[in-house]
Design a protein around this ligand. Structure first.
Ligand code: FAD
Length: 316
């Protein structure tokens, strides 16, 4: 019998864990194959939703639309399309939103986006565009009854004057109709937990879903963190030290590090997670398994089986 001191929520038999998984639209045929293989592997875990990022430039944007539309057509998944205000008029953005609605998409991750001339430059809204994310959120809600997710920054957005100013910006997005927020990734759970306390104290009551980046390549993740304002703790660097030329051990360490972070959050009462998958399925699949998620027949397949049963019964 476990003693009281051994009790941990992450070891309970049943917890209502919900996960969502983020992908980016592939640029090459090879990347496209990797993406769809990952989706095939992760789909049976029945994530609450999967999201597809949105970039600058027409061809990237088309790839997002095509990926999301294919998810709707060919899988039982509920995709969320990311959308930014960058370099487009309101009419252009509204047309994209309408095209998502027409394709059966009902969830949008609404973002301001990074400056068109690169991170680090000052952001200038398009003269005929949505000036800030809260305006985009309101615009999306006017077009259709979409669920709208927005970003949140536990370590503040690099451009924000202070964490309080950043939380004010989040409040504006919530007041405009945002239904939930997904955080930038972080590696210290205390940073997230303290942030959620501050957000609640500011009167914001929407879900703040932790964004988790399983570290597949430490150097790459550390660079990514530097650009986004996320801090990289010394102990994380130490865990990957000396493994630069040892991909097998690196993968095992990566799984252990991600598992430690996520299971600790479960122990802290967190039940929803958003994974930045980098289009790879192995780490995310393993973490979901640890969280208690098990593969189930994809809904589309299950629906086909049901339809076949009905046909067979009719024929009998
Ligand atoms: P916002 O939260 O709107 O704010 C950006 C900055 O402006 C903050 O500093 C905020 O404090 C400040 N601000 C906002 N409104 C006001 C105001 N009224 N007054 C004063 N200051 C204000 N980028 C992409 O290009 N494509 C993607 O698909 C994508 N997906 C993402 C998904 C998630 C979950 C996250 C966390 C980020 C994503 N990004 C993506 C990155 C994002 O576009 C950048 O971080 C961008 O610089 C800011 O966009 P935002 O919507 O997060 O900004």
């Amino acid at each position: 019998m476990p003693t009281a001191s051994q009790h941990r929520a992450s070891r309970d038999g049943y917890r209502p864990i919900r996960v969502s998984i983020e992908f980016f639209p592939p640029k090459t045929d090879e990347m496209e194959q990797i993406l769809w293989k990952s989706i095939e592997r992760l789909a049976p875990l029945q994530p609450k939703f999967v999201s597809v990022t949105y970039g600058a430039g027409g061809s990237t944007r088309e790839r997002t639309h095509n990926t999301v539309a294919r998810m709707v057509r060919e899988t039982g998944l509920k995709p969320a399309a990311h959308l930014t205000c960058v370099d487009a008029t309101r009419d252009e953005i509204d047309a994209v939103v309408q095209s998502y609605w027409d394709a059966g998409v009902r969830h949008i991750v609404a973002l301001r986006g990074d400056p068109a001339d690169g991170v680090g430059n000052a952001y200038r809204p398009h003269p005929g565009g949505y000036a800030q994310t809260s305006d985009l959120v309101a615009g999306i809600k006017r077009i259709g009854d979409f669920k709208v997710s927005v970003s949140a920054y536990p370590e503040k957005h690099p451009e924000a004057a202070s964490l309080d100013a950043d939380i004010d910006a989040l409040k504006a997005k919530v007041d405009a109709g945002a239904d939930q927020a997904i955080t930038q990734f972080f590696f210290e759970n205390d940073i997230y937990l303290r942030y959620v306390d501050k957000v609640r104290a500011a009167g914001i009551d929407i879900p703040i879903i932790p964004g988790i980046l399983p570290v597949q390549n430490f150097k790459q993740s550390a660079n990514f963190a530097r650009r986004t304002g996320a801090s990289v703790p010394y102990w994380l660097a130490a865990r990957f030290e000396g493994l630069e030329n040892d991909p097998d051990t690196r993968r095992l360490v990566a799984a252990a590090v991600a598992a430690e972070q996520v299971l600790d959050l479960v122990d802290q009462g967190i039940n929803d997670f958003h994974f930045y998958s980098m289009n790879r399925s192995d780490l995310v699949y393993a973490i979901c398994h640890l969280l208690g998620l098990r593969a189930q027949a994809p809904k589309v397949e299950a629906a086909k089986v049901e339809a076949a049963k009905v046909e067979a019964a009719k024929a009998a």
